[in-house]
Design a protein around this ligand. Sequence first.
Ligand code: NAP
Length: 475
Amino acid sequence: MHRTLLLFGATGDLAQRYLFPSLANLLRDRLLPPDFRVVAVARQNHSAETFRTALATAMAAKGGADPAAAEVRELLARVEYVAADLADPANVAAQLASYAGKPCVSFLSTPPNLFVPISEGLKAAGLLDAPSRLVLEKPIGRDLASARETMLAIGACVSEDRVFRIDHYLGKAPVQNLLALRFGNTLLEAVWNRQWIQSVDIIVAETAGVDGREGYYANYGALRDMVQNHILQLLCLIAMEPPGSLDADAVRNEKVKVLQALRPLSAATAHADSVRGRYEAGVVDGKAAAGFLQPPGQTPTDTFVGLRAHIDNWRWEGVPFRLCTGKRLAERVTEIVITFRHVSHWLFEKPRKERATPNRMVFRLQPEENIQLDLMSSLAAPEWGALELRPLPLDLSMPLSPRRRIAYERLLLDALNGNPALFVRNDEVEAAWKWIDSVAEAWREANTPILPYLAGSWGPAEASAYVQPAARKSS
Ligand code: NAP
């Protein structure tokens, strides 16, 4: 395990909200080496002391970490601070040269336009020499061409096997359990195909808006900000063929095949298979919420996307994968819903076949983490005249560990240990962008409108087919 973490963007939101709290949790659980240390890097001027004080305050405000907790104090004692202009490779190299000579992990939690200059500076300082590693946050590029350009420049600084691209959804417990359930159980793998599965829904609904990030967001929109990475990664894990082993490349080889089998959206199918929206002023969680403010001069941005994806292969022919994400929606919920077909011959009077709830498997990632299997059963009691089917929801979650872990805990540990299984390979990034580019191009050619929706609603009325969180379906 590498013992030094260079954390770039250490004064930023992600670092304070998730990365430092994850490290504190790992220290508390004694999962980091005794001589582990963090070199925090950002632009602001700080001494180690003023940075530690500011960090303790920010961790308490954003994540509720108690500054007096033993693990927070232990973490702060291991943090050093370096100020650098990360847009300037020479400055990066000069400020960090003293850390060369020992293997380290550099975690870039910075705006993505800094990924290349930081990598160049690290390379110049010898901080990317093997076996040191580089961890990159999202997004990598905003289309296939820019992603390739970024990855090529980074590839000139560090070899691919030491680049760890984060998709923090892959660190979430239900996502790990999806693989365990799918590939560890004859019952599930046997029905995991077009013959038994009717549809798959993946929804990432947020109540939060774009507040304060209009500049970044206007350049990306929901399609590039959420679908290209998190949603397509989830789709891959559901749809991939069983890998030969759980070895990182065996799994990633299967994921990339799914991305390559995604049918491109075209102008002819854009209307039937997609919806775009943007929120207007409304009420979210009982509070007034302003509409999305389109920065002047930018191309119009979607804050809501519904897509019907088709995977052109033997396993999934004819099975729609409905992908949906939006900001300022009615509820914060992230879930994958696998809906199975009805049994072939219906024996029951009640309910009638068309009104019966289908079997479903629901992987819920937000707000709580759990897995539910919806079967049908019956109470065989004498007061029942006919055999009547009733939904039987089974909780398949593992018994809860004492606390919910932050997804980044697992990912930080894996990066320090050099285990790339839960990180995204360069060809996956390319294949995902290729499909996203087809969607953007289809919208452009078809002039697909961005439909308004009220903040606090479930998106544009035209999108109802895409918005099917399990909680809503059964209500
Ligand atoms: P942020 O709050 O804007 O923080 C940016 C960080 O980068 C700050 O520490 C800032 O330092 C530093 N920085 C910016 N320009 C710099 C420069 N020229 N020289 C030195 N330091 C510079 O961003 P964030 O929300 O933490 O996001 C970081 C990354 O994580 C982004 O790639 C984002 O897409 C990704 N991400 C974030 C979240 C999240 O929840 N926040 C979720 C998923 C992914 P100063 O404060 O010193 O200026």
